[in-house]
Write a protein that binds this ligand. Structure first.
Ligand code: NAD
Length: 356
């Protein structure tokens, strides 16, 4: 097949890890006889420096034309003033909003060879294979707000959800659960929040169309505990924007490192934005040590969700598993007895495993 892929390397280690994602996608195209073309565009801090805005018009136009977008990370110390009128994360939020990407999928899978890297006891991790489905364009990050000032030292943020917003994300979670182990956990705070009670009501009615999927509600505080106590029990976690933001960072520790976790942001069509869940890691930028596997696994999700290439996606995931089984590690997931490699070498190893 032919596909047009836009890459948005962004800031910090973004360009280093996206280069490896592209390397692997080119290898997939060669091996499976596809034609992928790549177009690079600016987002985040580098876009602010070049154009004065975090999401230039040309970038948005390129993304609208593309079949899929592979993104690195945005932000860094140079743009860290939270009161600045133009900030790198506006690029990400704007892109999601403009492309209507309301569903964020974050799979957390434990690679058996990384059992020892997680801070959790290895026996707790057996069978961990879950996906967090996080609502991405609504909730408290987007509701009406008031900043505090010297004269008026009161601030507020507002969590707003409509039934339609909940319904469409609930369908994403139930469709996904149907292809997996058939279980949805709705994580909310329904004992306190009116929005959460709306979520429960809407999810109950959506669930009626999926008789083969079971579901249960769980309060977010309890979910935070159970994710560490019995993580293997979760299949699909469905949750609102802010709860998902927090729980996925917690869940990333099950996998051992932020450098291992991919994500997909999807809307109504097939086009999606794929990115590692980690940030621009200014502490290791330019050293060639960043773990590119989260980006490479994001590229696998791109093949699966935007291009419909399931066999190719599985080939990439299997290649990553093989490289880890051979004992190769980037520094963030290294243990005694493993061989530490840099960012580019790790990408090469995945390409070699893909061919083998
Ligand atoms: P971070 O994810 O960048 O880094 C947290 C820690 O994890 C650091 O020690 C870093 O070295 C390590 N790390 C992250 N990715 C790694 C990788 N691939 N390989 C090895 N180690 C890795 O989070 P932070 O330090 O809180 O934020 C740094 C900047 O990134 C900030 O400007 C923040 O706003 C931004 N950020 C961007 C995104 C995004 O673009 N989606 C997400 C989170 C943070």
């Amino acid at each position: 097949m032919t596909a047009q892929i836009v890459t948005l390397p962004g800031d910090g280690i973004g360009p280093e890890v996206v280069a490896e994602g592209v390397k692997v996608l080119r290898a997939v195209a060669d091996r499976f006889g596809h034609r992928f073309t790549f177009e690079e565009a600016l987002i985040g801090g580098c876009a602010i420096e070049a154009t004065g805005t975090a999401l230039p018009e040309e970038t948005l136009a390129a993304c609208r034309r593309a079949d899929a977008v592979l993104l690195g990370a945005v932000g860094g110390p140079r743009w860290s003033d939270p009161t600045a009128p133009v900030r790198p994360e506006q690029g990400l939020l704007g892109l999601r909003r403009e492309l209507g990407l309301y569903a964020n999928l974050r799979p957390v899978r434990l690679y058996p060879d990384l059992r020892e890297v997680s801070p959790l006891r290895p026996e707790r991790l057996d069978g961990v294979d879950l996906v967090v489905v996080r609502e991405l364009t609504g909730g408290i990050y987007f509701g009406p707000r008031q900043e505090a000032t010297e004269e008026r030292p009161t601030a507020y943020d507002t969590m707003v959800y409509t039934a339609e917003e909940v319904e469409r994300i609930a369908h994403v979670a139930f469709r996904l659960a149907r292809q997996r182990r058939g279980r949805v956990t709705l994580v909310d705070k329904a004992n306190v929040l009116a929005t959460s009670r709306l979520w429960r009501r809407v999810v109950a009615s959506v669930a009626a169309s999926y008789p083969e999927v079971s579901w249960e509600p769980m309060l977010v505080d309890a979910a935070a505990m159970h994710l560490l106590r019995r993580p293997a029990d979760f299949d699909v976690i469905l949750t609102a924007n802010m709860f998902g933001d927090i729980l996925t960072d917690e869940a990333s520790m099950l996998a051992g490192s932020m450098g291992m976790l991919p994500s997909a942001s999807l809307g109504e069509g097939r086009r999606g934005v794929y990115e590692p869940i980690h940030g621009s890691a200014p502490d290791i930028v330019g050293q060639g040590v960043a773990n590119p596997l989260a980006t490479i696994l994001s590229a696998a999700m791109l093949l699966r969700h935007s291009l419909g290439l399931e066999r190719e996606a599985q080939a990439v995931e299997a290649a990553v598993e093989r490289v880890l089984a051979q004992g190769y590690r980037t520094a963030d997931i290294a243990e005694p007895g493993t061989q530490i490699v840099g960012t580019a070498r790790m990408g090469d190893l995945v390409v070699e495993a893909l061919a083998g």
